[in-house]
Design a protein around this ligand. Structure first.
Ligand code: ASP
Ligand code: MG
Length: 469
């Protein structure tokens, strides 16, 4: 590692899940800060965000008992962790006061929401931003406990300004850049380590907004772009992006280098959950990202850059899988040459709140197949039967328990024979392929098999493309 890099280091909820973890994260930051300028970004501790979402559900259902019980559980958890994390009694006291005041504000907010009996997108964002508000105080005080200067800042306080699209907000980058650099540069010169709450910012009226689940990754890359960081590190409980799920393929390896577009595909496919918009802020300045493990810091993880080293370029870089889905096959002569058929099907499903994961249409236009999550299958089929069967759709066939297997790698683009290697090796295992889709980017080749065939198909592909070497 070079000397004096400017680093944005983000820790996920599991990485700061216990007092022991928080102390070791603080120690890691302290050591790394000796040679580098550091901004830390933190997620909420453990499942706190889920707890806050459960509170909002219970408010909607007017279940006060549940609201109170989750709040008291959440309060106890944070106060207990704070107590066990900090050894210096003065620092512990100051932390306690901060936490009490944040928890009081949270209580006030919940009270207001209960009185109004409603959860608006705006109040929901405010509510679910509290996880990070609590975690950054604890982590920042853990750094102070190591006699190192640190300050906790929420996304709003550090200057992340967003649009007012609550729950899925986007940063207004020019304003954000000005504010964030104005706020952080003085802290650098005074050698403070800023600990910034991920996931949230505020709109132009000062209302708290969030970026959607997993949004702390996005916070990290936004900050990195604002302060022209040399690198962003996403620290979590995995070693990096993997060539396959290690639970399924014993020889799965950490992928040393991928491009931003490849990483984006892998993130969408859920091999390792990364907020899909996280890469955007890095693109123009080409800031590299490292995906590393908190628990295995000697491992350098996966490096995400604009142009990965040629030596690391393979045709296919990973085989990822989404298991437990349902396949719906729709047929009907009247679908042929009828503009708007696909639109009608997709709008109908969208209105029912169903997310479609994969689509393919035969060129004859007489059939359209889609894949949805198993949990959505029942509702999807029901909706289609109620609204479209007998009209534009003649017949619906459903297959439960299917897996989507996707091969990802920019080396597939323009490489002749990839598909034949893929389907050849799957055929050797006597596996039936039920549906295929390849985006025109050729970065991703996806197909559907029975759940029971999934593991052997993945193994076959991992071997075929030698991803274990
Ligand atoms: N705490 C938020 C969540 O759980 C944001 C994050 O963890 O990145 O989604
Ligand atoms: Mg989280």
């Amino acid at each position: 590692e070079k000397n004096q890099m400017r680093l944005v280091i983000k820790f996920g909820g599991t990485s700061v899940g216990t007092p022991k973890h928080i102390r070791s994260v603080a120690k890691f930051i302290q050591i790394t800060s000796k040679k580098n300028q550091i901004v830390m970004v933190c997620s909420a501790i453990g499942d706190t965000t889920d707890d806050l979402l459960e509170i909002s559900d219970s408010i909607k259902k007017e279940n006060r008992v549940k609201v109170d019980s989750i709040l008291s559980k959440l309060t106890k958890k944070h106060l207990q962790i704070a107590k066990e994390t900090i050894s210096n009694s003065v620092i512990r006291k100051s932390l306690n006061q901060k936490l009490e005041s944040i928890l009081n504000e949270l209580k006030g907010l919940m009270h207001g929401m209960i009185l109004l009996g409603e959860v608006t997108p705006q109040s929901l964002d405010y509510l679910i931003s509290f996880g990070e508000r609590l975690s950054i105080e604890i982590v920042s005080h853990a750094i102070l406990d190591l006699k190192t200067k640190s300050v906790a800042l929420t996304g709003k306080e550090v200057g992340i300004v967003t649009d007012s699209n609550f729950g899925q907000s986007k940063p207004l980058m020019d304003t954000t850049r000005l504010r964030v650099s104005t706020n952080l540069e003085p802290l650098f010169s005074k050698k403070f380590i800023p600990v910034i709450g991920g996931f949230a910012g505020a709109d132009q009226h000062g209302h708290v907004t969030t970026f959607g689940r997993g949004g702390s990754d996005y916070t990290a890359t936004i900050i990195a772009s604002c302060i022209k960081a040399d690198e962003v590190w996403l620290m979590s409980d995995v070693d990096g992006l993997m060539s396959a799920d290690p639970k399924m393929v014993k020889t799965a390896k950490v992928i040393p280098e991928v491009s931003y577009v490849e990483a984006m595909e892998m993130a969408l496919f859920g091999a390792k959950q990364i907020h899909p918009r996280s890469f955007e802020p890095l693109l123009t300045k080409k800031i590299p990202m490292r995906i590393r493990s908190t628990f295995n810091v000697n491992n350098t993880g996966t490096l995400v850059t604009a142009n990965p080293d040629e030596k690391t370029n393979k045709t296919v870089k990973c085989v990822s899988v989404i298991r437990h889905n349902g396949l719906i096959d729709m047929r009907g002569g009247s679908m042929v040459g009828a503009p708007g058929t696909a639109a009608t099907i997709f709008t109908t499903l969208a209105k029912a709140g169903i997310n479609i994961m994969m689509i393919s249409q035969s060129p004859s236009e007489s059939s359209i197949s889609i894949v949805v999550k198993k949990n959505d299958l029942d509702k999807a089929v029901n909706t289609l039967e109620m609204e479209l069967l007998g009209k534009i759709i003649k017949k619906i066939d459903v297959t439960t328990d299917v897996s989507i297997i996707a091969l990802i790698g920019s080396g597939m683009r323009g490489t002749v024979g990839v598909a034949s290697r893929v389907f050849g090796s799957v055929a050797k295992r006597k596996t039936n392929v039920m549906m295929i889709a390849q985006g025109s980017s050729e970065l991703n080749l996806a197909f559907v098999v029975k759940d029971s065939d999934c593991s052997s198909a993945v193994q076959a592909l991992h071997d075929e493309f030698r991803l274990g070497n």
